[in-house]
Design a binder for this molecule. Structure first.
Ligand SMILES: Cc1cc2nc3c(=O)[nH]c(=O)nc-3n(C[C@H](O)[C@H](O)[C@H](O)COP(=O)(O)O)c2cc1C
Length: 203
């Protein structure tokens, strides 16, 4: 089957796109509005870009033509935190994705703990296995969406998943959740190893 996206409406293209790029990691983004109200929402248009400097990006689509709270907050404050969603927090992540008014603090709504960050004002999710404090590098308009690039200025990693000997995080203990399509998600429980052909690979 051949599919030309220009022959489809935007919903059909969206369904095809989010079914084709899977599984996607989830950036559970915490931010603060100008009045100091906390905000928390998941974004699976999310990727790591480079380690020098450590940079991640997520994309925020409009809601009924308007910017979502997260985008408005990161534009105004220039700071946010990306928290990692594990199996245990999947339900609370989903709850935090509702269309709530800007004055609703999703930390309170979900019963999660807003722990102070070290280098940025928005709090992190204390229950998350990994949190990355970010400063906004650039915000690029892409079609109707905005791509937010953030430089990681501070990491928080749960002690039991950090392997000091290798500098890696333990994938078996982390148990991250991946987004598939629609309401489908994946657990990462079957992990396999494959050596790279190039001896120079530093990973
Ligand atoms: C798993 C998951 C992934 C999502 N990914 C995105 C995304 O990449 N971009 C986006 O604009 N909305 C995404 N959403 C929807 C937002 O989380 C939702 O619109 C939320 O209400 C935005 O909150 P805010 O207005 O507080 O920023 C996703 C929702 C879920 C459940």
């Amino acid at each position: 089957m051949q599919i030309d996206p220009q022959t489809l409406d935007s919903t059909a293209v969206y369904k095809l796109l989010i079914s084709s790029v899977v599984p996607r990691p989830i950036a559970w983004v915490s931010s603060l509005d100008t009045a100091g109200v906390g905000n928390l929402a998941p974004f699976s248009y999310f990727m790591a870009i480079t380690a020098e400097p450590p940079t991640i990006a997520f994309a925020c689509s409009p809601r009924e033509g308007a910017k979502k709270d997260t985008l408005r907050n990161v534009e105004a404050a220039g700071e946010f935190v990306v928290n990692v969603v594990d199996d245990e927090r999947a339900e609370q992540m989903n709850l935090s994705s509702g269309d709530y008014a800007p004055d609703v603090d999703e930390f309170v709504l979900t019963g999660l703990t807003a722990a102070p960050s070290v280098k940025v004002k928005p709090p992190r999710v204390a229950e998350a296995p990994i949190s990355m404090e970010c400063t906004v590098g650039r915000i690029l308009p892409v079609g109707k969406a905005h791509l937010v690039l953030g430089e990681i200025v501070q990491w928080h990693v749960r002690d039991d998943i950090y392997d000091a000997a290798t500098g890696r995080l333990d994938m078996h203990r982390l148990r991250p959740v991946g987004r598939l399509t629609g309401n489908l998600y994946s657990h990462i429980h079957q992990i396999f190893e494959m050596k790279r052909p190039s001896a120079s690979y530093r990973g």
